[in-house]
Design a protein around this ligand. Sequence first.
Ligand code: PCA
Length: 212
Amino acid sequence: MARILLTGFEPFGGDTVNPSGDAVALVADAWTGPDELVTATLPVSFRGAAEQMNALLDRHSPDIVIATGLAGGRSAVTPERVAINLADARIPDNDGAQPVDQESVPGGPPAAFATLPVKAIAGAIRDAGIPAEVSYSAGTYVCNHVFAHVMQWADAAPGRRGGFIHVPYATGQGSQNAPELPLEDIARALRIAVRISVDRSVDIHVTGGAIS
Ligand code: PCA
């Protein structure tokens, strides 16, 4: 039996809702096991989110961590392939902090790959009729920052795996004609991501990648 930590985020940047936190709550409500699921909603704060994530990792010692957040404007559920060690905030976080060109993990490597089977996850979500694709940039804001911390933890000991999934706005929540998905589909996609991550530690060998 695996223990999975699944997190979402609070609203930020003028939004009153964040589909990542809402979808994680739906997954938690309907979870039937047998694997153990721990969920949390993180603050959109560089300092607070990293501190809370590190505390959750210490407290629960999960086998697998899947952190999730909103990428408003994306039309698909996007498992992220790589975390970069860079915090460069276009807007202040919810605490008013706005780091520029700082390392997320001081002294850490410039980048770290997710150790979730991102191609298999994207494929399985698409098979369920929900748009999904692997992404090669989680940005340089709080999501990437948390992702970098998750990967520092995951890469520090054998048997730990981690990654990040960005989700679109949920229906009725997108601003300025931004693409949206039903919240229940986002939750379904996250359930699939958990299942695939538990079932396979090695990704499928299929072509992928992006030109830009
Ligand atoms: N999305 C932001 C931070 C919190 C969230 O849900 C991001 O992509 O960095």
